[in-house]
Write a protein that binds this ligand. Structure first.
Ligand SMILES: [Mn+2]
Length: 428
C-alpha cells in the first residue's frame, strides 16, 4: 500500500512515546480490571470502529463572510484522496471516504476506485447536491429542487440523485445521502403541505430506482440555507420520510442541525427504537450549523450520543453509518479531521465503559444521583491510552498530529499544489 507519511518518521515518532504509552496503558488496565473490565477487549472494539471522512472536509472551508485559503490545498478528488490517506495512515480510524457529486466527478471511475485501493481507502455513502446550480444546468434550484413547484426541475433533481448512486455502484458504495436546501425565507412563500407532498413524491421516484442492497438517508436541518422553513426541518419530519419510503430509507442525524440545547441523544434513542437511525454526520456546534471539530465544544453531548449507540448494539435494523461533516476555516483540515476521528473513538470508548447493569439498577430504583454518577464515571475516565494503543497496534501514530507535523506533509504538497484562490464561502 502506498504510504503518504514516511514510515521512518512514523516509527521514530512512535518510539519516542512507546514507553510512556505502555506505562499509561498498563495503569489504566489495572484500574479497569478493578471494575471488571478487560482493557484489551475495549481496545479491540475501538480499533474496529471506523468513521468516514468527507472528501470536501480536506479543503479549507469558509463562512458567509469569507474564505481564507490554506497552503497546499487539494485541487481535485485525487489530491483529496491522498489527504484522506494521511488521516487514515496516522489514525487508522478513517478507512473510507464519502464523495460529493458533482464536486468529485471524474471521467474514469475505475481509475478513482483503483486509486482508493492503492491508498487503502474504500468509498462510503455518496452525497448528492441539488442545493446549488451547476454549469450548464437547464433548471435552477434557486427556489428548490426535489420540492420545486416546477415538475421539470424536480425531475432534474431526481435524475441527479439516480446518477449519484450509479457512480457509487462503480466505486463500491452502498448508500446515498440526500441533503436539500429546499425551504422558504418568508411566511406565505410556500405551502407547507403541498411542498412536502412534492418532495415525498420525488423521493419515492429515487427510492424506486435505488438498488436493493443500498440504503438512502435523508438529513434534517432546522434552517439554512432557507431561513424561515426547511422542507426536512426536524427529526419528526425525517422519520415520516423514512417511514413513507420503506425499509431501505433511514434518517441521518447531523449534530449541528438542531436548535441550541436540543436533546440530540434522545432523538437518537427514538430513531433507534423505531428502526430508522441511518447514521451520523459528526461535528460540533455552539450556536448553529457551525461545523466545528467533533468534540471540540461539547464532548459530554457526544458521549451521551454514544451512550445510546452502545446501549443499542445488536438491536434490529441497527447499523448506523458514521461520517464526519465539518468545515475547517482556521485550522489545517487534516489536523482537524484527525482530531475529530479520535474524538469519535474517544466517545465510543467512554460509552463502552458505562456499567450498564448498575445503570439499569439505579434507573429501576429511582436513584437519579447514582444513575447520573454511573454515566459520569465512564465519561471522566481518560481513555487516551486505549485510543493510542489501538492506533499503534494497527500501524498508526501514537500522536497523529505531532507525527503529521514532524513529517512536513503540508509543506511538501504545497510545492506541487498551487494556491487555490477564489472567495467562495459556504457551510453546508
Ligand atoms: Mn451534514
Amino acid at each position: 500500500m502506498e504510504e503518504m507519511i514516511d514510515s521512518g518518521v512514523l516509527s521514530a515518532e512512535n518510539d519516542k512515546r512507546a514507553k510512556d504509552l505502555e506505562t499509561d496503558y498498563n495503569a489504566l488496565g489495572e484500574k479497569l480490571a478493578r471494575r471488571g473490565v478487560s482493557i484489551d477487549g475495549v481496545t479491540a472494539k475501538v480499533a474496529a470502529y471506523g468513521v468516514a471522512v468527507p472528501s470536501w472536509g480536506v479543503g479549507t472551508g469558509g463562512t458567509r463572510f469569507a474564505r481564507f485559503p490554506g497552503v497546499g490545498e487539494p485541487r481535485h478528488i485525487f489530491d483529496k484522496l491522498e489527504d484522506c490517506a494521511v488521516i487514515q495512515q496516522l489514525t487508522r480510524a478513517t478507512p473510507t471516504v464519502s464523495l460529493h457529486i458533482p464536486w468529485d466527478k471524474v471521467d474514469d471511475l475505475s481509475e478513482l476506485r483503483q486509486r482508493g485501493e492503492a491508498l487503502g481507502l474504500g468509498f462510503d455513502a455518496m452525497n448528492s447536491n441539488t442545493f446549488q446550480d451547476q454549469e450548464g444546468q437547464e433548471h435552477s434550484y434557486k427556489y428548490g429542487s426535489l420540492s420545486h413547484t416546477d415538475a421539470a426541475t424536480r425531475q432534474q433533481a431526481i435524475d441527479h440523485n439516480i446518477e449519484c448512486f450509479e457512480i457509487g455502484k462503480a466505486l463500491g458504495s452502498k448508500a446515498l445521502t440526500v441533503w436539500i436546501g429546499d425551504g422558504s425565507n418568508f411566511p406565505g412563500q410556500s405551502h407547507f403541505t403541498k411542498q412536502f407532498e412534492r418532495y415525498l413524491e420525488a423521493m419515492k421516484s429515487i427510492y424506486t430506482a435505488l438498488p436493493d442492497d443500498w440504503r438512502i438517508f435523508s438529513e434534517h436541518k432546522i434552517f439554512e440555507p432557507a431561513f424561515y422553513s426547511t422542507v426536512v426541518q426536524d427529526w419528526g419530519t425525517n422519520y415520516l420520510i423514512a417511514k413513507e419510503l420503506g425499509p431501505k430509507a433511514f434518517c441521518l442525524v447531523d449534530l449541528g442541525h438542531h436548535a441550541p440545547n436540543v436533546n440530540i441523544e434522545m432523538i437518537v434513542a427514538r430513531l433507534i427504537q423505531f428502526g430508522k437511525l441511518g447514521g451520523f454526520h459528526f461535528n460540533d456546534s455552539k450556536y448553529g450549523d457551525d461545523d466545528l471539530d467533533t468534540g471540540s465544544i461539547d464532548p459530554f453531548r457526544l458521549f451521551l450520543v454514544f451512550n445510546e449507540l452502545v446501549d443499542a448494539e445488536g438491536a434490529e435494523n441497527f447499523n448506523p453509518a458514521h461520517m464526519l461533516d465539518q468545515s475547517h476555516n482556521v485550522t489545517d483540515p487534516i489536523e482537524s479531521l484527525m482530531r475529530s476521528a479520535i474524538e469519535v473513538r474517544r466517545a465510543y470508548a467512554q460509552a463502552l465503559l458505562v456499567d450498564r447493569a448498575a445503570l439499569a439498577g439505579f434507573q429501576n430504583d429511582n436513584d437519579p444521583m447514582m444513575a447520573s454518577e454511573t454515566l459520569k464515571d465512564a465519561f471522566r475516565t481518560d481513555v487516551g491510552p486505549i485510543l493510542a494503543m489501538a492506533r499503534k497496534n494497527a500501524g498508526g501514530a501514537v500522536d497523529p498530529i505531532a507525527t503529521y507535523r514532524a513529517a512536513g506533509y503540508r509543506q511538501k504538497v504545497a510545492g506541487v499544489r498551487p494556491a487555490v484562490t477564489g472567495a467562495g464561502g459556504g457551510i453546508v
